[in-house]
Design a protein around this ligand. Structure first.
Ligand code: ACO
Length: 331
């Protein structure tokens, strides 16, 4: 789909509590050196008492402030998450209530770590059919609510956070962080779903009152297999979006991949010949925040002055489902 939708006001919020690798050493059989060398993660932010909507609310307020919009200017809310506060109501309805908005559509999209890229395409579609739309897209995850902290294959990787933006057909002043969404490619393959699951509590694994949750209530991941698919899929979808826009790696000014694991990021960038100085990495500070990872990285890149007017950014993500996708943004 080709239309001129703009992404603006990128913002992020992470909870105050920091969990370092040293802290994890006290919880599970792991060590700082292993975590840094295998994942690149040094610390991550985790909630104490906040839920998905609390993180989303903070990130959304910042996005509204940065675009000089009021909550009542928003026409649609999309929340990308696989860790909503509750199954019903959805997270978007809870966020809407916190923002004091009523009477507009509010929905969640679950595409695990690719949720933000899926959300961009859905928001572009809404802007296409309703040209005056101003969509609040917020990706928010309390992944730790579905992590067994005693499972070292997941507890060292995942973390909590939120990233938000406004998608509309409106251009903004130069001082507002914004860019034009030039293209989006989305993919999924359900046959690979069993490699990364959260089954417990779903209708295929219903709980009965009083039942104690089992391991399947938490993220179960075949790390090595997921790793291989993440590299291949992020490479393929990046090349597809570049090819169909007649771009080479030299045309990409900033590469913002899903912050899952520094080794995945480096492997994808290497195969694609993207130079180190063009890769944005903050996994060392925030860990893998699932759907929130890409918008957190986007907002962090802007706050660190890594985004310049005229730059072309390639954002790419991969997650459970499996789902994967990429988008091109011209700032
Ligand atoms: N601390 C210390 N040792 C560990 C730990 C740990 N936390 N975890 C595993 N090990 C050990 C293993 O037991 C194994 O030991 P052995 O060789 O004696 O058997 C060794 O380290 C290597 O284990 P691997 O599982 O092969 O480790 P790997 O290098 O694959 O790293 C990791 C594991 C970090 C999970 C990696 O596979 C990964 O990042 N996978 C992809 C995650 C991802 O991208 N997920 C997608 C998005 S998430 C979403 O959609 C919600």
């Amino acid at each position: 789909m080709k239309n001129s939708s703009y992404i603006a006001g990128f913002s992020f919020y992470v909870p105050e509590s920091v969990l370092t690798n040293k802290d994890l050493e006290k919880l599970v059989d792991t060590n700082d050196e292993w975590i840094i060398s295998r994942t690149g993660i040094r610390q991550r932010h985790i909630v104490s008492h906040q839920a998905c909507s609390d993180l989303a609310y903070e990130a959304s307020l910042k996005a509204l402030e940065r675009t000089c919009l009021k909550p009542e200017d928003i026409t649609h809310i999309i929340t990308a998450t696989f860790t909503p506060d509750t199954y019903v109501p959805n997270a978007a309805c809870i966020i809407m209530e916190k923002l004091g908005i009523r009477g507009i559509p509010a929905m969640d999209v679950n595409a695990a770590c690719t949720g933000f890229i899926y959300g961009i395409e859905l928001a572009r579609g809404l802007c296409y059919v309703s040209p005056g739309a101003k969509v609040l897209l917020v990706a928010s995850e309390v992944v730790t609510s579905r992590i067994n902290m005693k499972d070292r294959s997941t507890s060292v990787i995942f973390a909590d956070g939120a990233g938000a933006c406004i998608i509309s057909n409106q251009t903004f002043d130069d001082d507002v962080p914004s860019g034009c969404v030039q293209d989006v490619v989305l993919k999924a393959d359900g046959s690979l779903g069993p490699l990364l699951t959260v089954k417990g509590g779903g209708s295929a694994h219903a709980m009965v009152p009083g039942q104690v949750v089992g391991d399947d209530f938490f993220v179960q991941m075949e790390g090595r297999e997921v790793f291989k698919h993440a590299v291949r899929s992020m490479r393929d979808v990046s090349l597809e979006i570049m090819n169909r826009n007649s771009l080479t790696a030299d045309d990409i000014d900033l590469f913002i991949p899903h912050q899952a694991n520094i080794r995945i990021i480096e492997a994808v960038a290497k195969i694609m010949n993207i130079k180190d100085e063009k890769i944005f990495v903050n996994v060392q500070d925030y860990g893998n925040t699932s759907a929130a990872s890409v918008p957190i990285a986007l907002a962090d890149a802007w706050e660190k002055g890594r985004i310049k007017p005229g730059y072309l950014a390639l954002l790419v993500a991969f997650g459970g489902g499996f789902t994967w996708g990429a988008t091109l943004i011209r700032f």
